[in-house]
Write a new protein. Structure first.
Length: 287
């Protein structure tokens, strides 16, 4: 295997880790509340704009932008839960679809109104230059994004499986009424889940902004990636989102290099549809 192919695969893994991070928030909300958040991609977009504002106003990079984006988006997640999600959860699935889709449009066109429709980018050397590992060249921005995304995704999994808070959240996801009888407040746990999910998208958005274009409509593209990742990994499974994100990142990078960058998305979605034909519950979804 040539160094070029190895470099492409490594780049795909780093990108896939970021995909997994912002997809884990979507799978958390679905697994806990059976709510499909069509505004998820626009949450990532807001995280990107937080990083952009941090750079243009403060001159700071992702080490400042990512924590700030996490706080801003986590706060927004709690507000969205109490102002919208808590009520539409009581209605039919159509109410959830229309409600979150309307939220996506509100967020998107609010950003259009304030920032305009211009494409923005952050300097390619904002994080640093390029590292050379045994002939494999990796941009510092992508390395930072991939490593941080991987660590945060694993931390989220450990939070859900190894802590008292995670146990309470999982109890609410299994049976909210029984959890309430045990002294657990479903509203509080669900609000925390939205805060965590939105905070994860904020971190991912701030990290991906260092090597991705920033525009109000980018949430559409990232939202599709998130849904594909979650579907492939299995709705409600954070480890599944991680594996699927890494897989999609590698397939996207390899198809872009071996075939053409124009067709890389088509290859990913074709393989995704083919896989779900045989295993519709995803890699780690419940049967």
């Amino acid at each position: 295997m040539s160094f070029v192919i190895v470099q492409v695969i490594v780049g795909g893994l780093l990108l896939g880790a970021v995909y997994a991070l912002f997809s884990s928030g979507l799978t958390l909300v679905w697994g806990m509340m059976n709510v499909v958040n069509f505004a998820h991609g626009d949450f990532v977009m807001l995280g990107m704009y937080v990083a952009f504002v941090v750079y243009t106003v403060l001159g700071g990079g992702p080490l400042i932008g990512a924590p700030l984006a996490m706080l801003v988006l986590a706060t927004l997640g709690v507000i969205v839960y109490f102002a919208l999600i808590r009520d539409i959860m009581k209605g039919p699935m159509l109410a959830q679809i229309l409600g979150t889709f309307g939220l996506a449009l509100l967020l998107r066109y609010s950003v259009f109104w304030y920032f305009g429709s211009n494409f923005n980018t952050l300097p390619s050397n904002l994080v640093g230059g390029t590292f050379d590992f045994f002939g494999i060249r990796i941009e510092a921005s992508r390395l930072l994004a991939g490593v941080v995304a991987l660590v945060v995704t694993l931390a989220l999994h450990l939070l859900l499986t190894r802590t008292a808070l995670g146990s309470k959240m999982l109890a609410v996801s299994e049976d909210a009424t029984a959890a309430q009888l045990m002294g657990i407040r479903p509203d509080t746990m669900q609000a925390i889940a939205w805060a965590i999910a939105a905070g994860a998208t904020g971190i991912a958005g701030a990290l991906i902004a260092t090597f991705f274009y920033i525009v109000p409509t980018v949430g559409e593209t990232l939202g599709i990636v998130a849904f594909v990742t979650v579907s492939l990994g299995g709705f409600g499974s954070v480890p599944g989102a991680l594996v699927a994100g890494l897989l999609i990142g590698v397939i996207e990078s390899l198809s872009g290099y071996l075939i053409s960058a124009v067709y890389k998305d088509a290859v990913v979605y074709a393989l995704f549809l083919g896989f779900l034909w045989f295993r519709p519950q995803g890699l780690m979804g419940k049967t």
